[in-house]
Design a protein around this ligand. Structure first.
Ligand code: NI
Length: 237
Protein backbone atom coordinates (compact mmCIF):
# COMPACT_ATOMS: atom_id res chain seq x y z
CA UNK A 1 0.00 0.00 0.00
CA UNK A 2 1.03 3.60 -0.47
CA UNK A 3 -0.37 6.91 0.78
CA UNK A 4 -0.76 9.72 -1.77
CA UNK A 5 -1.25 13.35 -0.67
CA UNK A 6 -3.42 15.32 -3.08
CA UNK A 7 -3.96 19.08 -2.77
CA UNK A 8 -4.20 22.16 -4.97
CA UNK A 9 -2.42 25.41 -5.85
CA UNK A 10 -4.85 28.28 -5.44
CA UNK A 11 -5.63 31.46 -3.55
CA UNK A 12 -6.67 31.13 0.08
CA UNK A 13 -8.12 34.50 0.97
CA UNK A 14 -6.49 37.51 2.66
CA UNK A 15 -4.13 35.60 5.00
CA UNK A 16 -3.96 32.02 3.67
CA UNK A 17 -1.11 30.50 1.64
CA UNK A 18 -1.48 29.50 -2.01
CA UNK A 19 -0.13 26.05 -1.17
CA UNK A 20 -2.48 25.47 1.77
CA UNK A 21 -4.28 22.39 0.39
CA UNK A 22 -1.07 20.58 -0.52
CA UNK A 23 0.72 21.53 2.72
CA UNK A 24 -2.13 20.21 4.84
CA UNK A 25 -2.68 17.02 2.83
CA UNK A 26 1.05 16.26 2.88
CA UNK A 27 1.37 16.79 6.64
CA UNK A 28 -1.62 14.57 7.41
CA UNK A 29 -0.41 11.92 4.93
CA UNK A 30 3.06 11.76 6.47
CA UNK A 31 1.55 11.47 9.94
CA UNK A 32 -0.63 8.55 8.79
CA UNK A 33 2.44 6.99 7.15
CA UNK A 34 4.45 7.20 10.39
CA UNK A 35 1.53 5.81 12.39
CA UNK A 36 1.19 2.78 10.11
CA UNK A 37 4.76 2.35 8.87
CA UNK A 38 3.52 2.99 5.34
CA UNK A 39 5.21 4.72 2.43
CA UNK A 40 4.05 8.18 1.33
CA UNK A 41 4.33 9.00 -2.37
CA UNK A 42 4.98 12.40 -3.93
CA UNK A 43 2.15 14.94 -3.60
CA UNK A 44 -0.25 15.80 -6.40
CA UNK A 45 -0.13 19.57 -5.95
CA UNK A 46 -1.94 20.86 -9.04
CA UNK A 47 -5.66 20.32 -9.31
CA UNK A 48 -9.00 21.52 -10.57
CA UNK A 49 -9.42 25.10 -9.38
CA UNK A 50 -10.80 26.90 -12.43
CA UNK A 51 -13.23 28.85 -10.24
CA UNK A 52 -10.26 30.58 -8.53
CA UNK A 53 -8.40 31.59 -11.70
CA UNK A 54 -9.40 35.24 -11.17
CA UNK A 55 -6.95 35.32 -8.24
CA UNK A 56 -3.18 35.50 -8.90
CA UNK A 57 -1.18 32.39 -8.10
CA UNK A 58 -3.95 29.93 -8.85
CA UNK A 59 -3.01 27.19 -11.33
CA UNK A 60 -5.84 24.96 -12.53
CA UNK A 61 -5.88 21.61 -14.29
CA UNK A 62 -8.90 20.53 -16.28
CA UNK A 63 -10.77 17.66 -14.63
CA UNK A 64 -9.75 15.34 -17.48
CA UNK A 65 -6.06 16.23 -16.90
CA UNK A 66 -6.26 15.42 -13.19
CA UNK A 67 -8.05 12.16 -13.95
CA UNK A 68 -5.21 11.24 -16.31
CA UNK A 69 -2.61 12.07 -13.64
CA UNK A 70 -4.38 9.93 -11.03
CA UNK A 71 -4.63 7.07 -13.54
CA UNK A 72 -0.95 7.26 -14.54
CA UNK A 73 0.23 7.64 -10.92
CA UNK A 74 -1.69 4.53 -9.84
CA UNK A 75 -0.84 2.38 -12.86
CA UNK A 76 2.88 3.28 -12.67
CA UNK A 77 3.13 2.02 -9.10
CA UNK A 78 0.73 -0.88 -9.71
CA UNK A 79 3.18 -2.16 -12.31
CA UNK A 80 5.86 -2.15 -9.61
CA UNK A 81 3.77 -4.15 -7.16
CA UNK A 82 1.71 -1.64 -5.20
CA UNK A 83 -1.89 -2.79 -4.77
CA UNK A 84 -3.61 -0.25 -2.50
CA UNK A 85 -3.64 3.52 -2.98
CA UNK A 86 -4.84 5.72 -0.13
CA UNK A 87 -5.27 9.34 -1.18
CA UNK A 88 -5.25 11.94 1.60
CA UNK A 89 -7.10 14.96 0.28
CA UNK A 90 -6.83 18.68 1.05
CA UNK A 91 -9.05 20.22 -1.68
CA UNK A 92 -12.81 19.81 -2.07
CA UNK A 93 -12.84 19.71 -5.86
CA UNK A 94 -10.58 16.65 -5.83
CA UNK A 95 -13.27 14.40 -4.39
CA UNK A 96 -15.50 14.04 -7.45
CA UNK A 97 -12.59 14.01 -9.92
CA UNK A 98 -10.49 11.41 -8.07
CA UNK A 99 -13.48 9.13 -7.58
CA UNK A 100 -14.28 9.37 -11.29
CA UNK A 101 -10.64 8.51 -12.02
CA UNK A 102 -10.87 5.46 -9.72
CA UNK A 103 -13.89 4.25 -11.69
CA UNK A 104 -11.97 4.57 -14.96
CA UNK A 105 -9.03 2.69 -13.42
CA UNK A 106 -11.27 -0.21 -12.38
CA UNK A 107 -13.00 -0.15 -15.78
CA UNK A 108 -9.73 -1.15 -17.44
CA UNK A 109 -9.95 -4.45 -15.56
CA UNK A 110 -13.73 -4.75 -15.94
CA UNK A 111 -13.51 -4.24 -19.71
CA UNK A 112 -10.56 -6.58 -20.10
CA UNK A 113 -7.78 -4.22 -21.21
CA UNK A 114 -5.84 -4.98 -18.00
CA UNK A 115 -5.32 -8.45 -16.50
CA UNK A 116 -4.46 -9.74 -13.04
CA UNK A 117 -5.49 -8.29 -9.71
CA UNK A 118 -6.88 -4.73 -10.00
CA UNK A 119 -5.69 -2.02 -7.60
CA UNK A 120 -7.83 -0.66 -4.77
CA UNK A 121 -8.15 3.11 -4.27
CA UNK A 122 -9.62 5.24 -1.51
CA UNK A 123 -9.75 9.01 -1.02
CA UNK A 124 -10.43 10.74 2.30
CA UNK A 125 -10.47 14.46 2.99
CA UNK A 126 -8.61 15.20 6.24
CA UNK A 127 -11.38 17.39 7.65
CA UNK A 128 -13.88 14.53 7.33
CA UNK A 129 -12.09 12.28 9.81
CA UNK A 130 -14.49 12.31 12.81
CA UNK A 131 -11.86 13.56 15.27
CA UNK A 132 -10.99 16.60 13.11
CA UNK A 133 -14.59 17.26 12.07
CA UNK A 134 -15.67 17.48 15.71
CA UNK A 135 -12.99 20.07 16.52
CA UNK A 136 -13.76 22.35 13.59
CA UNK A 137 -17.49 22.27 14.32
CA UNK A 138 -16.84 23.01 18.00
CA UNK A 139 -14.41 25.88 17.34
CA UNK A 140 -15.74 27.56 14.21
CA UNK A 141 -19.37 26.52 13.62
CA UNK A 142 -20.76 28.17 10.51
CA UNK A 143 -17.60 30.34 10.37
CA UNK A 144 -15.81 27.29 8.94
CA UNK A 145 -17.46 28.04 5.57
CA UNK A 146 -16.13 26.43 2.40
CA UNK A 147 -12.83 28.03 1.40
CA UNK A 148 -9.90 29.62 3.24
CA UNK A 149 -11.46 27.84 6.20
CA UNK A 150 -10.13 28.62 9.68
CA UNK A 151 -9.28 24.93 10.10
CA UNK A 152 -6.95 24.81 7.07
CA UNK A 153 -5.45 28.23 7.90
CA UNK A 154 -4.85 27.03 11.48
CA UNK A 155 -3.01 23.96 10.23
CA UNK A 156 -0.66 25.99 8.01
CA UNK A 157 -0.01 28.44 10.89
CA UNK A 158 1.13 25.42 12.90
CA UNK A 159 3.14 23.84 10.07
CA UNK A 160 4.90 27.05 8.99
CA UNK A 161 5.23 29.35 12.02
CA UNK A 162 5.51 32.99 11.01
CA UNK A 163 4.02 32.39 7.56
CA UNK A 164 0.88 34.34 8.37
CA UNK A 165 0.16 37.03 5.79
CA UNK A 166 -0.83 40.47 7.07
CA UNK A 167 -4.28 41.89 6.44
CA UNK A 168 -6.22 44.78 7.92
CA UNK A 169 -8.95 44.10 10.50
CA UNK A 170 -11.40 45.40 7.90
CA UNK A 171 -10.22 42.82 5.36
CA UNK A 172 -10.60 40.10 7.99
CA UNK A 173 -14.10 40.99 9.16
CA UNK A 174 -16.31 37.91 9.38
CA UNK A 175 -17.92 37.22 5.98
CA UNK A 176 -21.65 36.72 5.51
CA UNK A 177 -22.84 33.21 6.30
CA UNK A 178 -23.52 31.06 3.28
CA UNK A 179 -27.21 30.41 2.54
CA UNK A 180 -28.29 26.78 2.96
CA UNK A 181 -29.09 26.60 -0.76
CA UNK A 182 -25.52 27.63 -1.64
CA UNK A 183 -24.06 24.96 0.64
CA UNK A 184 -26.37 22.38 -0.94
CA UNK A 185 -25.59 23.34 -4.54
CA UNK A 186 -21.86 24.09 -4.29
CA UNK A 187 -20.51 21.54 -1.80
CA UNK A 188 -17.27 19.86 -2.87
CA UNK A 189 -16.18 23.06 -4.68
CA UNK A 190 -18.89 22.54 -7.29
CA UNK A 191 -18.53 26.20 -8.29
CA UNK A 192 -19.27 28.02 -11.53
CA UNK A 193 -16.76 29.94 -13.68
CA UNK A 194 -13.98 32.19 -12.37
CA UNK A 195 -15.68 35.49 -13.22
CA UNK A 196 -18.89 34.54 -11.41
CA UNK A 197 -16.96 33.14 -8.45
CA UNK A 198 -14.76 36.20 -7.97
CA UNK A 199 -17.74 38.55 -8.27
CA UNK A 200 -19.55 36.60 -5.54
CA UNK A 201 -16.49 36.22 -3.28
CA UNK A 202 -14.15 39.14 -4.05
CA UNK A 203 -11.64 38.51 -1.22
CA UNK A 204 -11.41 34.78 -1.96
CA UNK A 205 -13.04 33.52 1.23
CA UNK A 206 -16.19 31.47 0.66
CA UNK A 207 -18.13 32.05 3.87
CA UNK A 208 -15.03 31.24 5.95
CA UNK A 209 -13.96 33.36 8.92
CA UNK A 210 -10.23 32.75 8.40
CA UNK A 211 -9.26 35.07 11.26
CA UNK A 212 -10.54 32.56 13.84
CA UNK A 213 -7.53 30.32 13.14
CA UNK A 214 -4.70 29.85 15.64
CA UNK A 215 -1.53 27.79 15.40
CA UNK A 216 -2.45 25.85 18.55
CA UNK A 217 -5.75 24.81 16.98
CA UNK A 218 -3.81 23.77 13.90
CA UNK A 219 -1.60 21.50 16.00
CA UNK A 220 -4.66 19.83 17.53
CA UNK A 221 -6.41 19.54 14.15
CA UNK A 222 -3.33 17.90 12.62
CA UNK A 223 -3.11 15.38 15.46
CA UNK A 224 -6.86 14.67 15.22
CA UNK A 225 -6.73 14.18 11.45
CA UNK A 226 -3.72 11.86 11.75
CA UNK A 227 -5.50 9.81 14.43
CA UNK A 228 -8.58 9.47 12.24
CA UNK A 229 -6.55 8.70 9.15
CA UNK A 230 -4.43 6.16 10.99
CA UNK A 231 -7.55 4.15 11.86
CA UNK A 232 -9.08 4.52 8.40
CA UNK A 233 -5.89 3.51 6.58
CA UNK A 234 -5.53 0.43 8.81
CA UNK A 235 -9.13 -0.54 7.98
CA UNK A 236 -8.48 0.02 4.26
CA UNK A 237 -5.44 -2.24 4.06
NI1 NI B 1 -8.00 24.94 0.79
Amino acid sequence: AIIVPIGSTEQHGPIGLIGTDSLTASAVAHGIGECNGALVGPSVSLSVAQFNLGFPGTISLRASTLMAIVNDYVLSLKRQGFEQFYFVNGHGANVAVAKAAFQDIYAQWSLGSMAGQPPRCRLRSWWDYPQADALRKQWYGLGEGMHATPSEIAMTLHLLPGSERKASPQALAAPAQLPAAFLRDHGGDNHWDAQTHQAAFPDGRVGSDSALATAEQGKQLLEAAIAGGCDDFAAFV
